[in-house]
Design a protein around this ligand. Structure first.
Ligand SMILES: O=P(O)(O)OC[C@H]1O[C@H](O)[C@H](O)[C@@H](O)[C@@H]1O
Length: 301
């Protein structure tokens, strides 16, 4: 079986990946690569040297020459940040606009300078372009950290304005799996979900292990904080979330995969999105309030 290429050998200090400016962080044997576009984590190599995130080799991205002048295409893979709208659950562009904008490093430093650090902090705030679509003042920041077999991602949204606003949000994580047909997700038995492949019909998951034989697009409501991904019958990754009150599980399956212009036809076999989200109901922030959510991935010991 042909596995898609990984980024781990493409990384030098301040390189561009598929034309996207990136920052690299390191901790002993682990490394992660974060794009300035969307503060999107593109790659996480675990202590065994295995790439854990899926990134489409056909990914589209902003033209760096255009910078923040326009809302460009979204990067297909890694950990897209969906804000201030999840999917098409509202009037805005699908998954909101921050994944299609260039974020700043926390101290305004050059992307390459964090090369020796094990964490990164990116920020983005409202501007004329965002207010034309969504008339609110906001700050959003993403902190990503690796070490000891973990990738830890924390997202914070602040309301510095003088009016309340509501949003839906997700860390739309694309996990890389060797073969989706040998992959199961544990922890969702007995949890109610909305099924986007069946007009948002609500059901309760009966099976102990979720398998993905075909297109799967579910928003699980109030799931447990800890899920476990198994590959080839063995635990492969522990997935934990806090602050987010839904979990989305998405794989396009063979037919939808063929319809996605930025995704190889066969790559639905090598990925599974397990997304920490507030999707089914919004978060509301009063002036001066903040919301924080995190998603943590741990390689089992
Ligand atoms: O293709 P995108 O806009 O990146 O969205 C990819 C997918 O994201 C989420 O998982 C949604 O639940 C899916 O309905 C959607 O197809």
């Amino acid at each position: 079986m042909n596995n898609p290429p990984t980024l781990q050998n493409m990384a030098s200090s301040n390189e561009e990946i598929y034309g996207i400016p990136t920052m690299r962080i390191k901790s002993q044997e682990e490394q992660a690569i974060i794009a300035a576009q969307g503060a999107q984590v593109l790659s996480w190599t675990d202590p065994q040297g295995r790439e854990r995130l899926y990134l489409s080799p056909q990914t589209l991205h902003l033209d760096p020459a255009q910078g923040n002048k326009s809302f460009g295409p979204a990067i297909r893979g890694g950990v897209p940040v969906c804000f201030p709208q999840f999917s098409d659950r509202g009037p805005l562009m699908k998954h909101g606009f921050v994944r299609s904008r260039i974020w700043d490093t926390a101290d305004g430093s050059e992307l390459s300078t964090a090369d020796s650090a094990s964490s990164s902090l990116f920020r983005f705030a409202d501007d004329e372009g965002t207010r034309a679509h969504w008339p609110h003042c906001f700050n959003i920041q993403l902190h990503a950290e690796i070490g000891q077999g973990q990738l830890r991602i924390r997202l914070q949204v602040d309301n510095p304005g003088d009016a309340p606003f509501s949003f839906t949000v997700a860390l739309h994580t694309y996990l890389r799996v060797a073969d989706i047909r040998q992959t199961s997700l544990f922890g969702l038995q007995g949890v109610m979900f909305e099924d986007a492949t069946k007009g948002m019909q609500k059901s309760v998951q009966q099976e102990e292990a979720l398998q993905i034989p075909d297109e799967t697009d579910r928003v699980y409501l109030n799931p447990p904080e800890k899920l476990s991904l198994h590959e080839g019958g063995k635990p492969s990754l522990i997935i934990e979330q806090q602050g987010f009150f839904d979990t989305v599980v998405w794989n396009p399956g063979p037919e939808k995969a063929r319809a996605l212009p930025d995704f190889p036809d066969g790559d639905w076999l090598h990925m599974l999105c397990v997304e920490a989200a507030c999707a089914a109901r919004p978060v509301t922030l009063q002036p001066g309030e903040s919301w924080t959510g995190s998603q943590v991935f741990t390689v089992p010991g």
